[in-house]
Design a protein around this ligand. Structure first.
Ligand SMILES: [Zn+2]
Length: 130
């Protein structure tokens, strides 16, 4: 989905100012540079050709940075589709939290559900309210 404004436009306009005012570290500056250069001539391009119809199209290369919204858009769409497909058609809310490392052995599909305040919790997966 193409939007009127992209994060890259904001970073282009305010990135240098942000880098100085917030004293960003090298890694953070590198992320901003990746976001700005993603799918532009700065990263070069490639040719894609269809074996069946012969259609050829040219695309700029992506940065692949996990913080880049352009690179993560497809992953996010697949994640949402998977989430919707695996969600029961009941009222619920989705919560993501970090559990103490001591509970690592109880995470995963084989873990027993935890019962707290009339809610069933499954670590490492969805949290569903019944
Ligand atoms: Zn990218």
């Amino acid at each position: 989905m193409k939007t009127k404004f992209e994060l890259a436009d904001v970073v282009r306009q305010f990135g240098n100012q942000l880098t100085v005012s917030e004293r960003l570290n090298l890694r953070q500056v590198k992320v901003l540079n990746s976001i700005v250069s993603c799918r532009t001539a700065a990263l070069g391009g490639h040719e894609e050709a269809c074996d069946s119809c012969g259609t050829v199209r040219y695309s700029y290369n992506s940065c692949g940075d996990r913080h880049c919204p352009k690179c993560q858009a497809a992953k996010q769409a697949f994640w949402v589709d998977d989430l919707v497909r695996n969600t029961l058609p009941v009222k619920h809310f989705h919560v993501i939290f970090t559990a103490p490392h001591q509970l690592n052995d109880y995470s995963g599909d084989s873990a027993p559900p935890f019962r707290r305040n009339r809610r069933h919790l499954k670590l490492g997966g969805f949290v569903k309210q019944y």
